[in-house]
Design a protein around this ligand. Structure first.
Ligand SMILES: *[C@@H]1O[C@H](CO)[C@@H](O)[C@H](O)[C@H]1NC(C)=O
Ligand SMILES: *[C@@H]1O[C@H](CO)[C@@H](O)[C@H](O)[C@H]1NC(C)=O
Ligand SMILES: *[C@@H]1O[C@H](CO)[C@@H](O)[C@H](O)[C@H]1NC(C)=O
Length: 91
């Protein structure tokens, strides 16, 4: 259920960034949305996200992230195997 929860949170982040951000969103927007999500992770047993989701590598190369072939946008997240935990705080 944790991964489902993270997916929902991610969907909300994307929805918010679409509504509030610049008229144009792109792969960079996606990257920062995911980095914001990463910043909330308090437990990453395999240390995968914390080491792999590096700002210096393309978001499409990150583990658990799937990008569209043509649109160069993040299309799916699969974090179900990472055993992540975290909290989302309202700011
Ligand atoms: C993504 O969009 C932002 C702001 O809309 C822009 O500054 C940036 O250059 C764009 N990046 C790419 C890779 O298109
Ligand atoms: C992240 O994981 C992917 C898939 O295993 C790998 O191809 C990539 O090199 C990794 N990136 C980093 C920075 O470890
Ligand atoms: C998520 O990733 C795991 C491990 O890579 C894989 O076994 C599983 O089928 C994937 N689930 C989906 C819905 O893609």
């Amino acid at each position: 259920m944790k991964s489902t929860w993270f997916f929902l949170v991610y969907s909300c982040c994307m929805a918010v960034s679409c509504l509030t951000a610049a008229p144009q969103t792109n792969i960079t927007t996606d990257k920062y949305a995911l980095l914001a999500l990463k910043a909330r992770i308090t437990s990453d047993p395999h240390n995968l996200i914390l080491t792999n989701w590096s700002i210096t590598t393309p978001v499409c190369n990150w583990v658990g992230v799937a990008c569209g072939k043509h649109h160069h946008r993040v299309t799916a997240l699969n974090l179900s195997y990472f055993g992540l935990e975290g909290t989302i705080l309202h700011s």
